[in-house]
Design a protein around this ligand. Structure first.
Ligand code: NDP
Length: 293
């Protein structure tokens, strides 16, 4: 006799609803701990599983989702772009970004969403108390995370977005996307020397991978003395959360926002899409803090 696994009702319920993540590699992806802590807190009979899916197997893996009635899935490297062709519908912001990190199910239809930027939006609004509308925002980086975050900032009414990036091609292509297809004014600045934060900047975001474990002492090449106490400095790096970039900004009196808030925010939005339940964000953050210290 299998154990009773649902705490939601007095009746035994041996049916489990499945979600998870497709990626390669995924063995060290800690999202599972965050989402499963939420399932336990909510008493939901759901499981989140890390699936190692090779690029050539993605189509079959998505067919497997349909066949086994998964309620949804997350996508991580290297599947966020390739998956678009196997889905029935793509949400407008995910279409703009050209990337999907969350799939939800509506009946038989699989719908692609991108919650990375929405997670950042939620974190900046709820954790830092900042409304992006009318703000002047500087992004260091123009990769996948920056794409998602800048599109959501533009859709939330940011007045001006400056993209500072090492590769001009990536930086210019993101600026073109924002200027042509999103309601924001954007400029590209090549990152070929120490970058000085322009006066009047409201929000400064490190959206590069600089500072990510194991390179925990690395920090973006900016003139830290150009950061002022009127700015909010945000980092996407979840591990470790208290990066040298944030420490330098804090020393200059800036308000800081770590990458755990974004990670929890995107997970909370995905969980609501899948289960319909409001996510227990403090429980989810605690689960990640136990991993990242
Ligand atoms: P990408 O590989 O798509 O982009 C990396 C970006 O970092 C590029 O702009 C790249 O510049 C820049 N970069 C990397 N190293 C350097 C360097 N030494 N000097 C200057 N620029 C550099 O990665 P993602 O955008 O997907 O991810 C970026 C980070 O965001 C990762 O650390 C990831 O863990 C984190 N992340 C956090 C999330 C959260 O919820 N907190 C969610 C998603 C991502 P170039 O174009 O010149 O190569």
């Amino acid at each position: 006799m299998p154990p009773k696994v649902s705490s939601m009702s007095e009746e035994p319920n041996y049916k489990v609803d499945l979600v998870g993540v497709f990626g390669h590699p995924v063995s060290e992806n800690p999202t599972v701990l965050m989402i499963e802590s939420a399932f336990r807190e909510l008493g939901l009979n759901w499981r989140y599983v890390n699936f190692e899916v090779l690029p050539q197997d993605l189509e079959a893996a998505v067919a497997g989702l349909r066949a086994m009635n998964f309620k949804g899935i997350n996508l991580t490297i290297p599947h966020k772009v390739e998956v678009l062709q196997y889905l029935d519908e793509i949400a407008p912001d995910a279409k703009l970004m050209g990337a999907v990190n969350t799939v939800r199910r509506e009946g038989d239809r699989l719908i692609g969403e991108n919650t990375d930027g929405k997670g950042f939006l939620r974190s900046i609004q709820e954790d830092a108390g900042i409304d992006p509308a009318g703000k002047r925002i500087v992004f260091l980086g123009a990769g996948g995370a920056a794409r998602a975050m800048t599109v959501e900032m533009a859709l939330a009414g940011a007045e001006n977005i400056i993209i500072v990036n090492r590769s001009a091609e990536r930086g210019e292509s993101l600026v073109q996307l924002l200027n042509d297809q999103a309601p924001a004014e954007a400029q590209f600045v090549p990152w070929d020397q120490t970058f000085s934060i322009p006066e009047g900047t409201d929000v400064l975001v490190n959206s590069t991978s600089i500072g990510l474990y194991p390179n925990v002492d690395d920090r973006p090449d900016v003139d830290y003395d150009s950061i002022t106490s009127s700015m909010v400095a945000c980092d996407v790096i979840p591990n470790p959360p208290n990066t040298p970039f944030l420490q330098e900004a804090e020393k200059r009196g800036a308000k800081t926002l770590d990458g755990l808030g974004m990670l929890v925010g995107q997970g909370a939005i995905g969980l609501k899409m899948w289960t319909g339940h409001d996510a227990p964000v403090s429980v989810m953050r605690k689960a990640l803090e136990e991993v990242f210290g």
